[in-house]
Design a protein around this ligand. Structure first.
Ligand code: DGT
Ligand code: CA
Ligand code: CA
Ligand code: ZN
Length: 584
């Protein structure tokens, strides 16, 4: 097992212990151990060999034994004993949003049920509200959680699907005879969640590609192993489809398997209107009677669009949300923003609040990418659970920012804060403190369930503050976990436009928020957008690529994305926002 897998194992054991009613010390020891193992950087296998696992802070001898067994591939007696202490079905309850080990224990103990179906029945029969700590509201919440879990069942976050896709692509790409290999489906369209991964291969002889695919590492089970069609389930639990086509079929197949289904239907109709036929094998002139249809040569996907008198549609836009009409009216689509366009990143965390790397390490990482500016925005004081900064700490941090700016002449560090939007819509520090900062990301982190009107008014107030530069993760959704809060987005986007507030595309794969579906509104209003990684570690910085996917899906060019701008223009943008409000 890799370190990260061991971390997950320890966290799961902690959950099981808590469900089993183990004492709090022991549960905490597992959680703390997992956390310190996660942040520990070194050669774990070497440490195990030397018998020095307990030298990691927070790892005692009992945890060390579990880790040692996990590293060497064995299974520890203690882990097995913990697992045996509760029915395994109970662990599935933890996938219900809003249900943690404490609730699982209480319901299991109170009603003696173990399966989710039984839980659902108990909730509907109002048996749970009688248990201590529960009421009609929590019953309704858990039921809603189960509904959501069902709705999301079988979908995965993009960063996980991406990793799986890369592994299988690598396996088939180098197989003998493979001329082209590509990722298609929702992943190529950069959807925010992925049902399954689709991989397409062009080869005259598909056998080597097929063998390479089925021999790829990380396969849980094989669902189909046909000559041209294979399907496996990866060890991450994600379905992976492989289609093998002849090289001449590749462009049409790539178009077909990229989808969306709705987009395909529109194009098939356009072909039909001309007496043609478009399918996964090609574009055809339909012949009369028994004669064979005649293939219309299309060297690549673009040629298919051109043949149908459409400008080639970028994959991200293929959702039948106006792209077919647009393609018919224009010669070419605007060039969508790319990762290489970025000149800086904003909204990042450091060890000053809940980040895992120091501010200096984060800045060094941004420098090494060649970016011109880096904006730090740790949590504000109300977010005490995330180590939010007091006024004194904010000023100390300013000193570090100044020193780093002094030290580096190839990158500008901007001092910001991610200010909680308080329940009444005010920001988290007095004006004179906010005025000391270079920028403010205003975000909702609590009070998600206000009614629509109150929530809208609350956020509007924050957007109208002259100190608010950026509206952070605007809808508040957590993909596959939490729906957006109820508010009038349409109105709030117009407020952002009016006030000159930058609307964030939060690139964390758990958020991808602003939702790309607001792209049309954003473009109509001329709202400016910032693609921000919300990085909590150096590795998190690379999440910007997911944000780029969202921005492309929203149809945005680099011009509308503020952090593609040169530093002077960006600083001018920050100044203009403040000047308008008469703050210097
Ligand atoms: P997913 O996997 O749910 O995230 O979404 P997709 O879009 O990847 O869907 P998937 O994997 O079922 O199929 C991949 C593409 O294949 C899909 O986007 C369009 C094409 N396709 C699949 N089934 C049909 C169909 O019945 N009709 C048409 N026109 N296209 C289809
Ligand atoms: Ca798919
Ligand atoms: Ca599929
Ligand atoms: Zn946040």
């Amino acid at each position: 097992m890799q370190t990260i897998e061991i971390v997950h194992e320890l966290l799961e054991l902690a959950d099981i212990l808590e469900i089993a009613g183990a004492n709090g010390h022991r549960v905490r020891a597992f959680r703390n151990g997992a956390r310190s193992l996660e942040s520990w950087q070194g050669d774990l296998a070497g440490l195990v060999e030397a018998g020095e696992v307990t030298s990691i802070r927070g790892i005692g001898s009992s945890l060390a034994a579990i880790i040692e067994e996990a590293v060497t591939g064995g299974s520890s007696a203690e882990a097995a004993e913990i697992r045996a202490s509760v029915p395994a079905e109970l662990l599935e309850w933890l996938r219900i949003p809003g249900v943690g080990p404490k609730k699982v224990r209480a319901i299991w103990e109170g009603l003696g049920i173990t399966r989710i179906a039984e839980l659902e029945a108990a909730l509907r029969q109002e048996q749970v509200r009688g248990l201590k700590g529960f009421g009609p509201k929590s019953e309704a919440d858990i039921l809603a959680g189960i509904e959501r879990m069902k709705k999301f069942a079988g979908r995965s976050l993009t960063h996980v699907a991406e990793e799986v896709a890369a592994r299988f692509l690598l396996a088939v790409e180098s197989a003998p005879g493979v001329q082209r290999a590509a990722i298609a489906g929702s992943l190529r369209r950069r959807r925010e969640t992925i049902g399954d991964v689709d991989i397409l291969v062009a080869a005259e002889d598909g056998e080597p590609a097929r063998a390479a695919f089925l021999g790829s590492p990380g396969i849980e089970s094989v669902a189909a192993e046909g000559r041209k069609k294979c399907r496996v389930v990866s060890s991450e639990g994600i379905g992976v489809d492989l289609r093998i086509v002849a090289p001449i079929e590749f462009p049409a197949a790539l178009h077909y398997f990229t989808g969306s289904k709705e987009h395909n239907t529109r194009l098939r109709q356009l072909a039909k209107d001309r007496g043609w036929k478009l399918n996964e094998y090609g574009l055809w002139r339909v012949a009369d009677g028994d004669a064979e249809d005649e293939r219309i040569e299309t060297a690549d996907e673009d040629a298919i669009f051109r043949a149908l008198d459409l400008a080639p549609v970028p994959p991200e836009l293929r959702e039948d949300l106006g792209e077919v009409e647009q393609g018919a009216e224009t010669e070419s689509f605007p060039t969508l923003v790319e990762v290489g366009d970025l000149r800086g990143i904003l909204h990042n965390h450091s060890t000053w609040s809940d980040g895992r790397n120091s501010l200096r390490e984060m800045v060094e990482a941004a420098r090494s990418k060649g970016w011109e500016y880096y904006g730090t925005a740790d949590h504000s004081r109300t977010a005490s659970y995330a180590g939010g900064l007091s006024i004194a700490e904010l000023r100390e941090q300013r000193a570090e920012v100044d020193a780093l700016n002094e030290e580096f002449d190839d990158i500008t560090i901007l001092h910001g804060i991610e200010s909680d939007i308080l329940p009444d819509g005010s920001l988290d520090y007095p004006d004179e403190v906010l005025a000391e900062l270079d920028y403010v990301v205003a975000s909702v982190h609590a009070n998600f369930s206000l009614d629509r009107e109150t929530q809208t008014a609350r956020i509007e107030r924050a957007l109208r503050s002259p100190f608010t530069t950026v509206w952070g993760h605007p809808t508040g959704r957590l993909l596959l976990r939490r729906d957006p809060y109820d508010c009038d987005m349409e109105h709030l986007l117009s407020v952002a436009a009016e006030e000159g507030v930058i609307v964030e595309i939060n690139a964390s794969p758990h958020r991808l928020d602003l939702d790309w579906r607001w792209g049309g509104r954003v473009r109509d209003l001329g709202v400016e957008v910032g693609i921000h990684p919300d990085a909590h570690s150096i590795a998190g910085i690379d999440d910007v690529r997911h944000g780029i996917g969202v921005a492309r899906k929203a149809g945005l060019t680099s011009e509308q994305v503020t952090n593609t701008w040169p530093i002077e223009r960006y600083l001018g943008r920050l100044r203009a926002r403040r000047n308008r409000a008469g703050i210097s």
